[in-house]
Ligand binder design. Sequence first.
Ligand code: CMC
Length: 421
Amino acid sequence: MTTAKLNLNGNDYEFSVVTGSEGEVGIDIKSLRSASGAITLDPGYGNTGSCESAITFIDGEEGILRYRGYPIEELAEQSTFEEVMHLLIYGHLPNASELQSFEGKLQEQAHVHEDVKQLIDGFPANAHPMAVINALVAALPGFESDASDDEQDIIRLIARVKTLAAWAYRRSAGLPYVASAPGLSYSADFMHMMFGSQGAKPSVSPEVESAINKLLILHADHEQNCSTSTVRMVGSSGATLYAAIAAGIGALSGPLHGGANQAVIEMLDMIDKDGGDHDKYMAMAKDKSSGFRLMGFGHRVYKNFDPRARILKRSADSVLEALGVNDPMLNIAKQLEQVALSDSHFVDRRLYPNVDFYSGIIYRALNIPTEMFTVMFVLGRVPGWIAHWREMRLDPTTRIHRPRQIYTGSTKRSVERLSER
Ligand code: CMC
């Protein structure tokens, strides 16, 4: 067995080395503090493995992403979101009867308690739908009358978040709520609740259904990113699935994470309105004092093309063509990408377009309003969060997540009287 050695203050310590199934190497430092009194310091966790996981593999150098061993390209082309959800959560692609049962349960559980409508109605119409969906998911257990059961909660949450996401939009648009329709796929049912009418026959086109299906698959998991780590962190305390996922939604909302998809379109719009002057914005992105970054570019793990961005770029072309949409944003995005990929600031730092760069252009073509983009990310990411939460819960070695710190504050002192301060 390989080991790693550390010499600290003249003392030698030895640690075992863990190797993953794709050859990734980790030094197991679980005994470091009890043996040496020291801890590791890794702000932003760029070098810290928080767990062992069998769900998703990323090779950031090569631009590879696989769910349970299956390449993202194959899943995006050949699978339904329901199959991918089953794959992520239960570890294998479902056979025909497993799929039928899974889809049936999701359809049965898509209804939400009638009183939840009052909660949604209580939000101002201009509330951001991410704030609404975050609050609704946190509130859901308050509306479930029977005892909590992990496997049941998983189905309920996946099914109901689709209804809640669509209703968050209906509220913001001042439109009446549309109930889930039986017999539709997850993607088609969501679009029916977004844009259909109560009682009318659902009429989601196959092109639209397929575009949503692909987007949801591409967002479904991404190993220990900020929101997934948040879900694991909150779940490690024994909090409910709903509490953990609500926390994940909060983490995802930030512009450096899922909120980037909204920020990209706002940025492209700003560039367009400003006369399409890429150079000005490139200069700002390179100047740290400007506070401006090229949204949809860069990634902690990918130092090569994000494979999801590759698929989405192609998909943007085909979806816009299939729907007969001509969106000038697509050209602005492509031009900006071209300029960035030949600029030394981006080349030297290996900054490439990420998943958020082209997704918004597809959402726009599907009539999804900009403020709903990050909610779409939530819909896609819920099964990934759940898969990690479940993996953690089923692991008997899980302990509450509780990092340490290096304290840099004042040493002991006494409280001064008010007159002396
Ligand atoms: N525009 C300009 N410069 C950038 C950008 C960017 N988008 N991203 C990174 N850099 C520079 C950064 O200034 C730094 O330069 P230097 O080495 O001179 O200090 C270097 O590249 C490394 O950046 P970092 O901030 O240390 O990298 P990180 O791994 O901490 O952050 C990131 C990753 C995704 C937060 C960052 O690249 C970023 O802010 N991108 C824009 C926001 C975005 O698109 N987020 C979506 C991420 S993918 C989907 C998701 O996670 O939800």
